[in-house]
Design a protein around this ligand. Structure first.
Ligand code: MLC
Ligand code: AMP
Length: 504
């Protein structure tokens, strides 16, 4: 027996004195140093009574120890559940309860708020701060730096990633060891990652992009990372000359282009820039090449599927497209009404199948059945077309979703909070173009007859319940919502009406 995920991402680096993480203070953590910490954390988790298949929920700042917690879960056969640091106590409470997590790891600053929630839900609370201090590591430091890796099968679950939905209720996407590993190995090969690569890592590690794409690909290849707590433009510019590759959301690239210090010379040592999680404007692609001589490689993925398509490493990286299906991924365009496959050149919904596709939503068989067909094809909710050369282009979404700076926001979640406000008849939340975040959130509020809802109070209500990145950047009062003859709200009309609100 073995543990494929641990063995092939982490275990293969055992005993290596080679650099793994270059840190903000310019110190270096070696592969073995990292594995030693992961082993110590695994001991703490197991000694607190956790057994394979149990869930560890973590809302922690990005740090080497936070990444080691992921490795520890893999080694001990536990399911890792990383959570956005922006989530409020309300949001967290749902994730902890829904997942049945038995250990919750949070920043010390949040422990007072989370302690009663964890207690009520029967979960043990540990703290892990950005500097590596806290109850988790103080116990870990007393533990041996080696841990007997727990046997796991590739089909065993490795992670839950929560993703919101059109009903406003988040769903836990269940990802297996094979889902993660197969995708990491494919991407490392396709993008030519080797032990010589140094990845500039400025993404958060609670989502697919920063955790599975960036970190797993580096680990599989045996490379290293400049591991930054967040995307800080000055720091990224300062550290770029040490890197060979970078992965980011489009906002990273537009922010770099907005700074005159970002030059061809600064990017001269780079071999690869990858973009994903949100559409990269063709204009940004062209501008980037003009400035640096590099063509950004755009790829397309999802929480439920890891990465599905990529532009080629060699060959034309075509602006405005997400490239070809990755090896081992089948992709088809179907008619949303009938599910029939459409010929190339026609727009339809994108469906994908392969070892990368998740096992379903945790304890939500109906939602799983609605999106994951029995034959293994997953209905992504994205609308696309395959061009004459086989490049996939994403042309829209069949799901009511806003992507702001690479974070997904489901309007329903915000509408549910706004609808409860005094004097509110109904609301519609839409995404409108934004120069920095690509899209941003706008809320349209319809008053009950004769009422004037207090927009500030509505905003406060949203703030109390939902993460900052989901907050509408503006609320607008209107008399009524545009509807079609069936009575359905026509958000496209609202989007057209407010298209220039943040860009003009
Ligand atoms: C931060 N804020 C955001 C925001 N990020 N608001 C909307 N959308 C966002 N993405 C808030 C801040 O809290 C702050 O609030 C204000 O907006 C301005 O913050 P900022 O300083 O400009 O933001 P910054 O910290 O620099 O963060 C922006 C960012 C970050 C783009 C660097 O959001 C980021 O790293 N995004 C990456 C997301 C990601 O990893 N997505 C991958 C998902 S996986 P205030 O109160 O100060 O006004 C996936 C699958 C796939 O999608 O295919 O990869
Ligand atoms: P998430 O659920 O956070 O994993 O986000 C997945 C969604 O992000 C996809 O369904 C797409 O709508 C979007 N997405 C990811 N990559 C791209 C891309 N390169 N271009 C356009 N949209 C993308």
């Amino acid at each position: 027996m073995a543990n494929p995920l641990y063995d092939r991402l982490f275990g293969l680096h055992a005993g290596k004195d080679t650099p793994f993480l270059y840190l903000p203070d310019h110190s270096v953590m070696t592969h073995q140093g990292f594995l030693g910490r992961a082993a110590q954390i695994a001991h703490v988790l197991v000694q607190s009574g956790m057994t394979p298949g149990d869930r560890v929920a973590a809302q922690v700042e990005k740090s080497p120890e936070a990444l080691a917690l992921y490795a520890a879960c893999a080694q001990a056969g536990l399911i890792f559940l990383p959570l956005n640091t922006a989530y409020t106590a309300d949001e967290l409470s749902y994730f902890i309860e829904n997942s049945g997590a038995s250990v919750v790891v949070c920043d010390g600053a949040k422990s007072d708020t989370l302690a009663p929630i964890a207690h009520k839900l029967g979960a043990k609370l540990e703290t892990l701060n950005a500097d590596g201090s806290g109850s988790l590591m103080s116990q870990a430091h007393e533990m041996p730096q080696a841990f007997a890796t727990v046997d796991r099968d590739g089909e065993d679950l490795a992670a839950f990633l929560y993703t919101s939905g059109t009903t406003g209720r988040s769903k836990g996407a269940m990802l297996t060891q094979n889902n993660l590993l197969s995708n990491a190995e494919t991407l490392a090969r396709e993008w030519r990652f080797t032990a010589d690569d140094v990845l500039l890592h400025a993404l958060p590690i609670f989502h697919t992009h920063g955790l599975f794409v960036a970190s797993n690909v580096t680990l599989v290849a045996g490379g290293s990372m400049i591991f930054l707590p967040k995307f800080d433009l000055d720091v990224v510019l300062a550290r770029l000359p040490e890197a060979t590759a970078m992965m980011g959301v489009p906002t990273f690239y537009t922010r770099l282009l907005g700074d005159a210090r970002f030059t061809r010379e600064l990017a001269a040592g780079m071999r690869l820039f990858v973009s994903g999680s949100a559409p990269l404007l063709a204009e940004t692609h062209v501008q980037f090449e003009g400035r640096t001589g590099h063509r950004i490689l755009e790829r397309y993925g999802m929480t439920e599927t890891n990465m599905n398509t990529s532009n080629p490493y060699e060959g034309e990286r075509r602006a405005g497209t997400v490239g070809f299906p990755l090896p081992g991924v089948e992709l088809k365009i179907t008619n949303p009404e009938t599910g029939d496959t459409l010929p190339d050149g026609e727009v339809g919904q994108i469906e994908v199948r392969g070892a990368n596709v998740f096992k379903g939503y945790w304890q939500m068989p109906e939602k799983t059945a609605a999106e994951l067909r029995e034959d293994g094809f997953f209905i992504t909710g994205d609308l696309g077309v395959i061009d004459a050369d086989g490049y996939v282009q994403i042309v829209g979404r069949n799901k009511d979703l806003i992507i702001s700076g690479g974070y997904n926001i489901y309007p329903k979640e915000i509408e549910l909070v706004l609808d409860e406000g005094d004097g509110v008849l109904e609301t519609a939340v839409i995404g409108v173009p934004h120069p920095d975040f690509g899209e941003t959130v706008l809320g349209v509020v319809i008053p009950e007859p004769g009422q004037t809802p207090d927009l500030d109070a509505l905003m406060e209500a949203v703030k109390a319940k939902l993460a900052r990145f989901k907050h509408p950047r503006k609320l607008i009062l209107m008399e009524e919502l545009p509807r079609n003859t069936m009575g359905k709200v026509q958000k496209n009309i609202l989007r057209d009406q407010f298209n220039d609100l943040f860009t003009s």
